[in-house]
Design a protein around this ligand. Structure first.
Ligand SMILES: [Zn+2]
Length: 444
């Protein structure tokens, strides 16, 4: 079982910070992998139809969603030899096993970056090739993944490279469940994969405390993408809409992609489900000192306010910016030692002190992203041991970083509002319809 899911399963012992820290990573990975392929596809495919005229078996392989017109099928006398990559294989061993000369290998391997990347072939990978009657390599095909096939053709005394990226068919799937013991178990029962369960937990991570607040009787339903190729399921995409009823309170999430191509989850009113700040700037072992208006300073032995929170962590633990912003200070600052101050939007500032050292490129005037590593835990300045001293200011007034109400990430902009309303009401209506249908089916 996945470690994070296992933690969801054992909800009570799961520190929330791990869950929230993983949100950005999981979502950004999902978007990176899901948005680019379809956008690149049309360009790549056009390119393909220009360069791959004789190679018809490739165009034949495209998925049902392919809009490239079918080319006429010529009499095909080419013989493709099929090769499965063995354990310990390299391009060189494959060539020699198949009686292709060292000079053929040299010509092919040095034909460009893509051929050079064939050093990453793995056992089980499929290769196909065509040779001429005088045993020269004419075509080389590598099935890089379910969706990507690479082709090299020897033409005009060089290998020409082209790539076919297939587009999976997307089907929308509906699932729902009522929690009896844990989110994980109820998801399993409803045939929801680990991947989708994690996405669901991440989407609502700021709204619902999956550690403390989940109760028997909580319900959820969701629609998400499933990817198919030639009628076979090859994976899952994103959650499109979700409803989660936690202790009688109903939460909704809708995926929306703005006109700049950025995708985020919002509630039906267009408010982002993400917070602008992560709660913790460091993966700490314990909180060694809390925010207080007055306390005795451990070194100065004077009564002093402690304007932040101290997170004990070992030397060198990465410190991450808690939100996007601009560095206003990076340097030595008296008892604070190596310190970074970041300005966020207009009214927020965060401060990170006692660093061992800064990470590369961190200096005043630089912009940073949420989660970016700005430095490493140390004990510079007045510090009894390695820890991060973290401050959070609103309008220049110190607030308790553990208690301050964190602002939401930016909502839908005014110019996108009407488009958002249209899209979100459509996906929410679909969710409601599927839900009613299934309720009806269960209780006729
Ligand atoms: Zn401190």
């Amino acid at each position: 079982m996945n470690k994070r899911l296992d933690s969801l399963h054992r909800a009570k012992h799961f520190p929330r910070r791990h869950l929230t820290l993983a949100v950005a990573v999981v979502l950004s990975l999902a978007f990176a992998s899901l948005w680019s392929p379809s956008q690149q596809l049309s360009a790549k495919r056009q390119n393909l139809s220009l360069t791959l005229k004789p190679s018809l078996e490739l165009t034949k392989q495209t998925g049902e969603t392919d809009d490239t017109p079918a080319l006429p099928q010529p009499a095909n006398t080419e013989h493709w030899e099929e090769i499965t990559v063995r354990k310990g294989d390299s391009l060189s061993s494959i060539f020699s096993r198949n009686q292709l000369s060292a000079s053929e290998l040299y010509k092919f391997a040095n034909s460009g970056k893509q051929a050079a990347d064939l050093k990453y072939i793995k056992p089980g990978d499929q290769i196909e090739l065509i040779r001429s009657s005088d045993n020269k390599l004419v075509k080389f095909k590598y099935h890089k993944s379910t969706l990507v096939t690479q082709l090299w053709q020897y033409q005009d005394k060089q290998f020409k490279f082209s790539e076919l990226v297939r587009k999976p068919e997307i089907k929308i799937t509906f699932r729902e469940s009522t929690i009896k013991q844990s989110l994980y178990l109820s998801s399993q029962k409803a045939a929801i994969s680990d991947n989708i369960t994690m996405q669901l937990a991440d989407i609502f991570a700021w709204e619902i405390d999956f550690i403390q607040d989940i109760r028997a009787g909580d319900q959820f339903s969701l629609t998400y993408e499933e990817k198919y190729l030639d009628g076979e399921k090859i994976g899952e995409g994103r959650i499109l809409a979700a409803r989660f009823v936690n202790r009688g309170e109903e939460h909704f999430a809708v995926l929306y992609t703005d006109n700049k191509g950025r995708s985020n989850y919002y509630n039906p009113e267009g408010k982002s489900l993400k917070k602008a700040f992560t709660r913790y700037p460091v993966d700490f072992t314990r909180i060694s000192s809390r925010f207080t208006r007055a306390r005795k300073h451990p070194i100065l032995h004077k009564i002093r306010a402690h304007n932040g929170v101290d997170y004990a962590a070992s030397y060198g633990t990465p410190i991450k910016a808690t939100s996007d912003g601009k560095i206003t200070f990076a340097g030595k600052k008296g008892g604070y030692g190596n310190t970074v101050v970041i300005q966020h939007r207009v009214k927020y500032t965060t401060l990170y002190a006692h660093m061992k050292h800064f990470s590369r490129g961190i200096r005043a005037g630089k912009k940073v992203k949420q989660g970016q590593i700005i430095g490493y835990v140390g004990s510079s300045g007045l510090a009894t041991g390695p820890h991060l001293h973290y401050e959070f200011r609103v309008h220049n007034v110190h607030r308790d970083p553990l208690k301050v109400k964190l602002p939401h990430a930016l909502p839908i902009t005014a110019s996108e509002k009407s488009n958002f309303k249209k899209q979100s009401s459509a996906v929410l209506a679909q969710l409601a319809k599927l839900q009613n249908a299934s309720t009806f089916a269960l209780n006729p």
